[in-house]
Design a protein around this ligand. Structure first.
Ligand code: ATP
Length: 598
């Protein structure tokens, strides 16, 4: 990753930073100091050239007025040199500005994504993925723009103004002093409007984030939208979002226009004053015509920077609003200090025992979801988790995977408390087959290989065969290289599940967390999946959130959860004999299945 040779760790490592947004941005900008040195050199040359051009205009006008032919020819040569230099400087100015802007956008993009990948599940539960997406897209765009052109112009303008003013003083100081008072007035305008523009800019970005999240939901759930005929409702909702964005953008436009008009008025009045007064001084013989032309040219540099500054200040404030949103993500506490490596399939990490000791947990709302849960699982056992909906079965999986930390008690893996174990190592013990299959856009090969990055083609094919996915993949013209569509839209539910099983097979972790799908499949597909799961469970310790009677009956131990507590535990026969919650659930399900089978 040579091109990204910046440190990806934002200095604050998840602690809310006290520095201002501008100071935090400065920290990021400073990583590209060499490009900025180049930009400053080009800027100095550009300022010199602009001053030189004013001098040149004065000389050539006075030479023409005085009809000095020899000096006139010399000035034509000098003019050509100025032209050549100006073209070169202009090229490097634009090139370096876009380079620094693009590079910093790239830095920020990868830094933000790197940070996002290390954020805990609790953060994603609270934030909408579409909204987070805009921080990597439009917010990133706004900042990149500001750190290139806007920033350089903001630095160049006052420097240029100072040098131009000194030159004006040297031409005719009384006129310079009069005009010099007017330019800085525009700064006041910028100050008055800057805060409002920044706040408005942040509001626009917040709204864009929300509406993008909404769009993402509607577009990815388009089948439900059509089935429930939600088109009108969602169209109205999006129109409302869009209208609010428009209103905010119109407000920004009005603020900008007022600010520009005010600073322009100040700029134009200084121009008129200079022209009228300058003409008066020419009539009185205090200035030459050439000096007046140079004066007007330079005055432009004294006033324009201030005039333009107001607009630039506005876009900088907008970008700071976007930066606030990005830093909000970068300052979230991360669960990993670095990106975890896939730790599965390590021979030295065999599973021996897993103990839950007085485990307690509640989500953010403080309500206890799991209370005082204790049990021990030995290697090779198959544990079925059953219980009513909302009993806490999936939550237990989240705790085992370290997606959330227990609020009390301990989980011990091979005798070691998981709280003191690195998350990479902890997650390396597990392979997850979630209830809702989640595949990523890409090919079959890529999706299966997500189980293990260094898997060979033979291993991928073997996993596909064991998962009964090989035949349907190979029937497709591009085989393993067939694109599966967004989240696997081109696949049936059963096919998706078999790809997920192949992925888990390849991971080859010692403990399998299997959340059985509840969706009913046809008999053939069901049989293929059962057979694939059998292969996956072989030689592994398995926790299965069980919805099927067959799974439950085969389990070495059934843990019956109710309201986050272990209500009962035992084998199928023991629990039936106990005639408790399990027995009731079993008979209820058995009756339903018998009815379904006619
Ligand atoms: N991220 C979350 N934030 C807050 N509460 C949550 C979160 N996820 C789940 N819950 C709540 O925790 C409780 C247990 O949920 P869990 O998903 O563990 O149940 P479950 O036993 O797996 O249910 P099911 O069989 O229906 O999948 C539920 O009341 C649920 O509303």
């Amino acid at each position: 990753m040579k091109a990204n040779s910046v440190s990806l760790d934002h200095g604050v490592r998840g602690h809310p930073a006290k520095n201002s947004t501008a100071a935090k941005l400065a920290g990021i900008v400073s990583r590209r100091w060499l490009s900025y040195v180049g930009l400053f050199v080009v800027m100095a040359l550009g300022i010199g050239l602009d001053l030189g051009l004013a001098w040149y205009m004065m000389q050539i006008t006075d030479t023409a007025v005085l009809k000095e032919k020899k000096a006139f020819i010399d000035l034509i040569v000098i003019g050509l040199c100025i032209l050549l230099l100006s073209v070169t400087v202009n090229f490097f100015d634009s090139y370096l500005k876009s380079k620094v802007s693009n590079t910093l956008r790239n830095d920020l993009r990868i830094m933000t994504f790197h940070h996002m990948l290390r954020l805990p599940s609790s953060y994603f539960d609270k934030s909408h993925s579409g909204e987070l997406l805009t921080r990597l897209t439009s917010d990133n765009q706004a900042i990149g723009q500001a750190l290139g052109n806007t920033l350089m112009m903001l630095i160049r303008s006052p420097v240029m103004a100072v040098f131009s003013f000194i030159y004006l003083l040297s031409i005719y100081w009384p006129l310079a002093v009069v005009c010099g008072f007017i330019g800085p007035l525009t700064l006041l305008v910028g100050k008055v409007f800057g805060k409002a523009l920044r706040e408005n800019g942040k509001n626009v970005q917040d709204l864009v984030g929300k509406s993008t999240g909404f769009l993402q939901d509607v577009l990815s759930g388009n089948a439900v939208v059509k089935a429930f005929q939600l088109e009108q409702k969602f169209y109205g909702k999006y129109k409302a979002y869009s209208g609010r964005i428009l209103a905010r953008e119109t407000k920004a436009g009005t603020l900008n226009a007022t600010m520009q008009a005010a600073s322009n008025g100040i700029g134009v009045s200084s121009f008129i004053i200079a022209f009228v007064l300058g003409a008066y001084f020419v009539i009185n013989g205090k200035m030459t015509i050439g000096a007046l032309i140079a004066f007007i040219q330079l005055l432009n540099h004294v006033t324009w920077p201030f005039t333009g500054l107001a607009g630039l200040w506005g876009s900088l404030q907008n970008a700071l609003g976007s930066a606030d949103r990005i830093f909000e993500v970068l300052e979230q506490r991360v669960e990993h200090t670095r990106l975890p490596e896939s730790a599965a399939n390590k021979e030295d990490e065999r599973f021996v025992t897993l103990e839950l000791d007085g485990l307690g947990f509640g989500y953010d709302d403080g309500k206890k979801m799991i209370e005082n849960l204790s049990f021990t699982v030995e290697a090779g056992q198959m544990i079925a988790l059953v219980g009513p909906s909302g009993a806490g079965k999936t939550t237990l999986f989240k705790l085992l995977l370290g997606l959330y930390r227990p609020t009390s008690g301990q989980i011990r893996l091979n005798g070691q408390a998981t709280a003191s174990m690195g998350l990479d190592r902890l997650r390396g013990f597990f392979s997850l087959v979630p209830q809702e299959t989640y595949l990523f856009s890409g090919t079959f090969r890529e999706n299966i290989a997500d189980g293990r990055a260094d898997a060979t083609d033979e291993e991928i094919l073997a996993a596909a065969k064991h998962a009964h996915a090989y035949d349907f993949i190979m029937k497709l013209p591009e085989g393993l290289d067939t694109e599966i569509g967004e989240r696997g839209v081109k696949l049936s539910g059963g096919q998706k599940q078999r790809i997920a099983i192949a992925r888990a097979l390849l991971r080859n972790a010692p403990v399998l967390l299997l959340d059985e799908a509840t969706a009913a499949l046809d008999n053939k597909s069901e049989h293929l999946i059962q057979s694939a799961l059998e292969k996956l469970m072989t030689g592994r310790t398995t926790f299965v959130i069980a919805h099927r009677l067959s799974t439950v009956q085969r389990a070495d131990r059934i843990l019956v959860m109710d309201n986050g507590q272990l209500a009962e535990s035992g084998t199928h026969d023991e629990l039936l004999a106990a005639k408790g919650l399990y027995s009731r659930l079993y008979h209820m399900q058995f009756k339903t299945q018998a009815e379904e089978l006619g």
